[in-house]
Design a protein around this ligand. Structure first.
Ligand SMILES: Nc1ncnc2c1ncn2[C@@H]1O[C@H](COP(=O)(O)OP(=O)(O)OP(=O)(O)O)[C@@H](O)[C@H]1O
Length: 511
C-alpha cells in the first residue's frame, strides 16, 4: 500500500489528516483541506484517478462534528455535505446531487480530545466554504440562521409537503439552518400571517409553492405600517408549484444550465443554504379601481394571461400545463384592442418596434416639469406615474391603438420553468422587459415564438409582430370589453393599469 502523503495539486494545503470513512473502518483516507477544495484520497494501490475525490468548497452547504451515543466508543466524527453539479446517468443533464463525506477520528483515547479535533475540522470546512462565496453586491445571512418556511400543500401537483420532507428538510439540516415549517391552510393565509407577524424571529421567509404564494407574502409585507423595514426581510423561493418562474429565474442567474422539477428544487435549496441575499426589483401596479399592488414577476394581458388562467384545469400535468394550454389557445387565437405606452429605460434597445406616436400633452406635470410623487399607504411613492386618468408626460412612447395578441411585462428572466422570456433580465436592474405581439401573426409563427422562448432565442429570430422594449414604467388601456389581466399569474380586475419599477426594493436569496 502506498503510504506516501499525496500531493494536493499545487494549491496550498491548509489542513491534513488521515482518517477512516465512517462506513468502512478497514479503509484509510488522507483528507486535505485547501482554501478551495476538500480532497479525499483512499490509501490503496488503485490508480489515483479512481481513489481520489475532489470537492469544491463552493458546493459545500455545511459540516458538523459529533459523537455517537455509544459511551464505550471514544471516536468522534465530522461530516461535510456537498451538492456538486453532476451528470445524471440516464440523461446528459447536469444537476446538483448530494455527496456526504463522513470520517471517524479515533487517534486519541480521550473522547473529548477526539471531538475537539473533529470540531476543528468542521469549523475549518465551514469557514473556508464561506470564504468561497462571492456574493458580489449581495450579503451573506449570519450563521446560524433561522428561517420560516411557508409551504402551500395544494400547490403544483399537491406534493409540496412530501418534497419538503424528502428534499428540503434534510438539506437544511445538512446546512445547520434552524427552521419552522408552516403549511398554509387557505388562500391569503400567508398574506395575513406576514402582515401581523413579529418578523424579528426569523432571518428569512421562505416560500415553497408556486409564484402565487410569494405574491401574497410580498404584498402582505408592503401592507404593514413598518413596510420599509418589513420588505427588507430576506425572502427565499423553493419551487413547489407548476409555473415556478421566480425559482427558474434565480437558478438561471446562478449561471447553471437549465434544470426542471426536483432538480430545480435541489438547486434552489442549495442556493437557500448558501444564503446570499441580493436586492430584487418590485413593480408597483395601479388598477383602475385605485387599488395598488406589487409585482415581482410579470404583468400579462391577452394570450399569456388567457393560457395561465385556462390551463388551471390541467394543473395535474405539472409544468406541462402551459404547453397544453398554449396549444389549446392557439387553436382559437383571440385578438384584443387596446392602447399601450411606456417610458423607455435609460439605455433601452427597442427591437422590431412598431410605429410609436409622440404623446402630445402633459398636464400632470408641475411648473418644474417634474411629475408629482404619488404617495400611497404601503410601499414607496411612484415618481414616474401621473394619475391613471391623466395624460402621460411627453418622454413616454405611445404605441398606436391597435389589435394585440398579447402584452407581457417581465421583471425577471423566466415566465415558467421552461420559458426564458427575458434572457438578459437580472434580479435588480430596475428594468421591465415589455413585449407585445400585434394582430396578424400566424398561429405557426406564434407557436415558433413560444418554442424559441424555451431556449430564450425568440428575440434573435426576426418577427415583425413581436416588439420588445426595456422600460421603467408602462400604461395599458384595454379597449376590448372582456379579457384577462394577470399580475404574477394572479387574475386582477380587467381594465386600464399602469406600473412602475422600483429597483431593488425587496431582498431575495439568490445565486
Ligand atoms: N392550503 C391552501 N389551500 C388552497 N389554496 C391555497 C392554500 N395555500 C395557499 N393557497 C393559494 O393557492 C394559490 C396558488 O398558489 P401558488 O401560485 O403558489 O401555487 P401554484 O398555483 O400551484 O403554482 P404556479 O403559480 O406556479 O402554477 C395562491 O393564491 C395561494 O393563496
Amino acid at each position: 500500500m502506498d503510504r506516501k502523503r499525496p500531493e494536493a495539486d499545487s494549491k496550498e494545503v491548509t489542513l491534513y489528516g488521515e482518517f477512516s470513512p465512517n462506513n468502512n473502518l478497514k479503509v484509510r483516507c488522507v483528507v486535505n483541506l485547501t482554501e478551495r477544495e476538500f480532497i479525499v484520497q483512499r490509501l490503496t494501490s488503485a490508480p489515483a484517478r479512481r481513489s481520489k475525490v475532489v470537492l469544491s468548497l463552493r458546493d459545500c452547504v455545511g459540516c458538523r462534528a459529533y459523537q455517537k451515543e455509544d459511551k464505550a466508543d471514544p471516536a468522534a466524527y465530522f461530516a461535510a455535505y456537498f451538492y456538486p453539479l453532476k451528470c445524471r446517468r440516464v440523461s446528459s443533464r447536469v444537476s446538483r446531487q448530494r455527496v456526504e463525506q463522513c470520517f471517524r477520528l479515533s487517534a486519541l483515547q480521550d473522547p473529548r480530545a477526539n471531538l475537539e479535533e473533529a470540531e476543528k475540522w468542521a469549523r475549518a470546512v465551514r469557514e473556508r466554504s464561506a470564504r468561497q462565496q462571492q456574493p458580489g453586491d449581495g450579503v451573506l445571512l449570519s450563521c446560524p440562521c433561522r428561517m420560516l418556511l411557508l409551504v402551500n400543500p395544494q400547490s403544483g401537483k399537491g406534493q409540496a409537503l412530501t418534497l419538503y420532507n424528502s428534499q428540503i428538510k434534510p438539506m437544511l439540516n445538512d446546512a445547520g439552518i434552524r427552521h419552522t415549517m408552516l403549511p398554509t391552510e387557505h388562500q391569503n393565509h400567508a398574506r395575513e400571517f406576514v402582515k401581523g407577524a413579529d418578523l424579528s424571529q426569523w432571518d428569512a421567509l421562505v416560500i415553497m409553492s408556486g409564484d402565487g404564494l410569494l405574491y401574497e407574502v410580498i404584498n402582505g409585507l408592503l401592507e404593514r405600517s413598518d413596510w420599509e423595514e418589513a420588505i427588507r426581510t430576506p425572502l427565499g423561493i423553493l419551487p413547489g408549484g407548476s409555473g415556478n418562474a421566480l425559482a427558474a429565474s434565480i437558478h438561471h442567474y446562478s449561471g447553471a444550465s437549465p434544470v426542471f422539477g426536483e432538480d430545480l428544487l435541489v438547486s434552489c435549496g442549495f442556493l437557500l443554504c448558501r444564503a446570499a441575499v441580493f436586492p430584487m426589483d418590485l413593480v408597483s401596479v395601479h388598477l383602475s379601481s385605485g387599488q395598488r399592488l406589487f409585482s415581482f414577476l410579470s404583468l400579462a394581458w391577452g394570450f399569456v394571461a388567457d393560457v395561465d388562467v385556462e390551463s388551471e384545469k390541467y394543473r395535474h400535468f405539472g409544468s406541462a400545463r402551459f404547453t397544453v394550454g398554449t396549444l389549446v389557445r392557439l387553436a382559437s387565437l383571440r385578438i384584443y384592442r387596446g392602447r399601450l405606452a411606456y417610458l423607455p429605460a435609460g439605455s433601452s434597445t427597442v427591437l422590431h418596434r412598431g410605429a410609436p406616436l409622440p404623446v402630445q400633452s402633459c398636464p400632470s406635470r408641475n411648473s418644474n416639469n417634474s411629475v408629482t410623487l404619488r404617495r400611497t399607504e404601503g410601499g414607496p411613492p411612484d415618481s414616474l406615474l401621473p394619475p391613471l386618468d391623466q395624460p402621460l408626460p411627453d418622454d413616454w412612447v405611445a404605441v398606436r391603438e391597435q389589435d394585440f395578441v398579447l402584452m407581457l411585462a417581465m421583471h425577471q428572466s423566466h415566465l415558467a420553468e421552461d420559458l426564458l422570456a427575458a434572457p438578459d433580465a437580472s434580479l435588480s436592474d430596475g428594468v421591465i422587459h415589455l413585449f407585445y405581439v400585434t394582430a396578424g401573426i400566424s398561429r405557426a409563427a406564434l407557436l415558433r415564438l413560444f418554442r424559441a422562448m424555451e431556449k430564450g432565442t425568440h428575440l434573435a429570430a426576426p418577427c415583425q409582430h413581436l416588439v420588445h422594449a426595456k422600460v421603467r414604467a408602462l400604461r395599458l388601456e384595454p379597449l376590448s370589453p372582456k379579457g384577462v389581466i394577470t399580475v404574477d399569474g394572479e387574475v386582477v380586475e380587467y381594465g386600464p393599469l399602469q406600473a412602475e419599477a422600483h429597483r431593488g426594493l425587496a431582498r431575495m436569496i439568490s445565486g
